[in-house]
Design a protein around this ligand. Structure first.
Ligand code: GDP
Ligand code: MG
Length: 439
């Protein structure tokens, strides 16, 4: 019966069963946009999508869950795994040396002190060594932070220019400090600078640290890939510390850096205070990168607007021949509302076909506004019984809505055709099938 086929149509609408190449393509486009908007480097985003796409095709979609949400969940899981894969603790076997490197202002000095405090709380005896001989007051800054953390700091003479000599002296000093972990804060680079990279390489060569950590601002955008690659090529980083996650950075740098270096993100800085260094949480970062709120919100919006109950009511009215101009306008608006969500709409089979059935341009904003104006200029009686809208009424409606008689005629014709189709059981069934069919 028709009722049965209606039921089935809506069941099909609710869940697509399995992800197919077709219904995932549009979602992928949205997800890729989200990644790039979160500052994930363009090619990294592209590669990630490609890889995950292959994995996602054929995945089961639970009937009870909206397919769009399911796809996002899938991507979140993949992203989380990628961000957290082979998460390793710091290698602090003696001689435990940690070399901190990164661009200027990334948060190296602050993070060095934070890390020292953290290790101290774990019961170790960290020492801080100031190796930034470039920035004025950099040594002073570390001394101050070290004091706050209650950790001894090696401060070279202001006249010192050779960083390896400083490191050598610091090792001698450390002998008498009874320390177990040495943390070396280094000079930053405004951008990748040959001279400073060379200095960093010499220091690295001399210290042979077990841990070389790249400190990076979470707001690092498209250049995250080149920053990470340069430091990794120069000294072989062992991990990444992302800073300033308390800000509004969308954190795409995490994925970019992780992708190109394959090195784990070991900690996250979330504030200026020394105790605000935390273990990195891949799942939170995945949420952040996918802008969960935004995308899931978008999917929910689709679900809202394509409310099953509304759609069902509308179908029932069609079936009973009660479909009138108010329903017509509602439907147009519903479909138009989905405008920017087109990509995700593709997840709901049948909608693209339904859209194709509409006269070209029917959803165009200007046209829809005109349609609305015309419908609103009709009396209630006219909206319910369009067949009474004859010559003089049409004139009145055109004048009242500020449109031409031609526009009014056209709309009424469109509506009549839609209605005619609904009254023909064969055509109706066909339309239902298309709305609920497999795309
Ligand atoms: P360096 O040039 O890499 O040594 O960077 P600094 O350690 O001097 O930090 C630069 C600025 O960033 C300072 O004002 C820090 O207080 C601030 N900063 C560092 N880490 C964080 C963080 O996780 N959150 C916030 N909000 N600020 C931070
Ligand atoms: Mg510094």
């Amino acid at each position: 019966t028709l009722a049965d086929s209606l039921d089935k149509s809506f069941r099909d609408l609710r869940g697509v069963g399995r992800l197919s190449e077709k219904n995932i393509t549009d979602a992928l486009r949205q997800i890729r946009i989200a990644l790039v908007e979160a500052d994930v480097e363009f090619n990294v985003a592209k590669n990630f999508i490609e890889r995950v796409k292959d994995k996602s095709i054929g995945e089961d979609v639970l009937k009870s869950i909206k397919p769009g949400e399911q796809i996002i969940k899938f991507f979140q899981d993949e992203l989380t795994e990628l961000l957290g894969g082979d998460q390793a603790p710091l290698d602090l076997n003696p001689p435990a040396r940690v070399l901190i490197c990164g661009l200027n202002g990334a948060g190296k000095t602050t993070t060095s002190a934070k890390l020292a405090l953290r290790l101290k709380k774990e019961g170790r005896r960290p020492l801080l060594i100031a190796c930034d001989l470039y920035r004025p007051a950099a040594i002073e800054q570390l001394a101050t932070l070290g004091k706050q953390a209650g950790v001894p700091v090696y401060t070279p003479d202001a006249s010192e220019t050779d960083v390896v000599k400083v490191a050598k002296d610091a090792l001698a000093w450390a002998e008498n400090q009874n320390g177990t972990v040495l943390i070396f804060d280094t000079a930053g680079r405004q951008e990748i600078d040959d001279k400073l990279i060379l200095e960093l390489k010499r220091l690295h060569e001399f210290l042979k640290p077990k841990e070389t950590l790249l400190v990076a601002d979470a707001a690092t955008g498209q250049q995250a890939v080149s920053v990470a690659t340069h430091f990794d090529d120069a000294v072989g980083i062992t991990g990444i510390i992302l800073t300033k996650l308390d800000g509004d950075a969308r954190g795409g740098a995490a994925l970019s850096m992780r992708e190109v270096t394959g090195k784990p993100i070991k900690f996250a800085g979330e504030g200026e205070k020394l105790d605000q260094l935390y273990e990195f949480h891949p799942n939170r970062m995945a949420d952040r990168i996918l802008g969960k709120g935004d995308i899931v919100g978008m999917v929910e919006q689709v679900a809202d607007k394509v409310n099953e109950a509304d759609a069902m009511r509308s179908m029932k009215r069609m079936q009973q021949g009660k479909f009138d101009f108010t329903d017509f306008l509602d439907q147009m608006k519903m479909i138009q509302n989905l405008g920017p969500l087109d990509g995700l709409l593709g997840l709901l089979p049948g909608f693209n076909k339904l859209k194709k059935q509409l006269p070209t341009g029917a959803l165009d904003n200007k046209r829809l506004k005109r349609t609305e104006a015309i419908v609103l200029s009709m009396t209630l009686e006219e909206r319910r019984r369009p067949e009474i809208i004859k010559g003089s009424r049409r004139q009145r409606i055109a004048a009242g809505s500020g449109s031409s008689l031609q526009d009014v005629n056209q709309l009424i014709k469109q509506f009549s055709e839609m209605r005619k189709m609904m009254k023909s059981p064969g055509k109706m069934r066909n339309m239902m099938k298309q709305m609920g069919g497999p795309g």
